[in-house]
Design a protein around this ligand. Sequence first.
Ligand SMILES: C[S@@+](CC[C@H](N)C(=O)[O-])C[C@H]1O[C@@H](n2cnc3c(N)ncnc32)[C@H](O)[C@@H]1O
Length: 258
Amino acid sequence: MALQSSMREQISGLGPWFHNLHLPDGTQTSPDHPFGDFPSFKWQHVASAVPDDLTGWSVLDIGCNAGFYSFELARRGARVLGVDVEPLYVRQARWAAREFDMKDRVDFIEGDVYGLLGASQHYDMVWFTGVFYHLRYPTLALDLVRRATRRLMVFQSMTMPGEERAVVPTDVPLNRRELMLDEHWPKMAFVEHRVADDDSNWWVPNAACVEGLLRSAGFEVVSRPEHEFYVCKPVSVPAESSRDLARIAASIAAPTAS
Ligand SMILES: C[S@@+](CC[C@H](N)C(=O)[O-])C[C@H]1O[C@@H](n2cnc3c(N)ncnc32)[C@H](O)[C@@H]1O
């Protein structure tokens, strides 16, 4: 009992928590989460779409938060690097890694998805869930994720309601731009202010847009195990998509404008 209350004190000292982790002694980090047992109930649906045995796989978990997915993937044998911009979440994840006795399989560092611009590492799997819509430069991030992915990428984004897709022509004549007014045209809603009182939300795509973005970054969707989740394998990147990333990387390596 005393042990549990000291555990609860530690959890509360590290709060607030977004991930409800079930710790080995039975305590939970966010038992009253407004979404329910989050993200465990998501994982129940996604788990079977990811290989059971990840022995020898390297995984990058971008926006890892308190590390729920990092821990699940490490339990399957992967060596996981979790990265998050928020120092509080990195502290939570490191603390939980000690509680789970998984420090030899997971590392957590403070970092930004855009940090991939200066990195040359590749990972067998990149886990990229719950981050896309928080980014002001989401397509840059997706292109960087593609560059870092060797075998599999798991993507999730908040989306606009609806699954319908407009038939999109391969070319839109300038005088036919009204085609883009079709309600099912691939699109992202720009959020200048807030969604759910959160000012870190910037872009909310519809499902057609997610699929187009993934294709244009060089991913093929292999399954959709849960609403808004896409399991993807890397395929070749369309030439017109890779041009800008190459230019950005080059201008960072050798800046010309002053
Ligand atoms: C909605 S939570 C998703 C957490 C977890 N990936 C999941 O799917 O449950 C978004 C997470 O992304 C992190 N994040 C936001 N912008 C980021 C960025 N530019 N680079 C890395 N992490 C970021 C946030 O700090 C937060 O932990």
